[in-house]
Design a binder for this molecule. Structure first.
Ligand code: GRF
Length: 200
C-alpha cells in the first residue's frame, strides 16, 4: 500500500503541483491525504482542489499560540506516514518536529548548508556564487539543517537577477522533490547520524 502524506504549504504551490503531476503520471507511489495551508489565499489550495485533494486552511492568526496552531495541524493530518513542507513559510516547534522525527521532508532553494532561512536565492545572488541549486532534506530542530536527501545544481551568472536565478532553481526543485519523495516512498532512505544513505 502506498504511503500517505500531508503537505504543508503557504503560497503558489508549484512544488505541490510537481508532486501531484508525478503521482498522476505514475512516477510517485504516494497518496496525498490532505494539503494544509496557513494562508487562506494560497494558490496551492486551488491546485489541490482542482486535483480533488482534501484541503484545510489553518490560519495562525486564529490560534492563541503556536501549540494550539500545531495541535490543529496534527489533528488535521491524522495518521499520515510523513509530512512534506512545500513552500511552508513557518518554523515548526521542536515538539512538533520530535513527534514527526525523520518523517518531515523540506525543499529549500539553495545548496545547503549555504544560504539557510528566508530569501535563499537572493542570498546566493548577492553573494555572487557561480553555482546554485536546491536541497531536499529531512527536517530537524534547526532551520534548514537536517539530513540531506538530494541536491541539484544550476549555474549562476553575474547578470542574473534574483528572479532569474530563482526561476532556474525552481525548475530543478520540481524534479528534486518528486525524486526524493520516490526514494522515501520506496523505503530507500536510511538516516545514519546526519547523513542519508540511498539504498540500491
Ligand atoms: C520554493 O522555492 C521552495 O524551495 C521554498 O519556497 C518556495 C515555494 O514555492 N521553500 P512553491 O509554493 O512550491 O511554488
Amino acid at each position: 500500500m502506498n504511503k500517505k502524506i500531508g503537505i504543508l504549504v503557504s503560497g503558489r504551490g508549484s512544488n505541490l503541483q510537481a508532486i501531484i503531476d508525478k503521482i498522476t503520471n505514475g512516477f510517485l507511489p504516494l497518496q496525498i491525504s490532505v494539503v494544509i495551508s496557513d494562508m487562506p489565499d494560497a494558490y496551492a489550495l486551488t491546485r489541490a482542489e482542482k486535483a480533488g485533494i482534501k484541503t484545510a486552511t489553518i490560519n495562525r492568526k486564529e490560534y492563541a499560540d503556536k501549540l494550539s496552531f500545531e495541535n490543529k495541524i496534527n489533528e488535521t493530518l491524522g495518521n499520515v506516514d510523513g509530512i512534506v513542507l512545500a513552500g511552508f513559510m513557518r518554523i515548526l516547534s521542536e515538539s512538533f518536529i520530535k513527534k514527526w522525527e525523520h518523517k518531515i521532508i523540506n525543499i529549500h532553494p539553495a545548496l545547503l548548508p549555504s544560504f539557510t532561512g528566508m530569501h535563499a536565492q537572493k542570498q546566493a545572488n548577492d553573494y555572487g556564487v557561480k553555482i546554485a541549486g536546491c536541497t531536499v532534506h529531512f527536517v530537524d530542530a534547526g532551520t534548514d539543517t537536517g539530513p540531506i536527501i538530494l541536491q541539484k545544481v544550476v549555474p549562476a551568472f553575474f547578470e542574473d537577477t534574483e528572479d532569474e536565478l530563482a526561476a532556474r532553481i525552481l525548475e530543478e526543485e520540481h524534479k528534486a522533490l518528486p525524486e526524493a519523495l520516490k526514494l522515501w516512498a520506496e523505503d530507500k532512505l536510511e538516516i545514519i547520524g546526519r547523513k542519508v544513505r540511498i539504498k540500491k
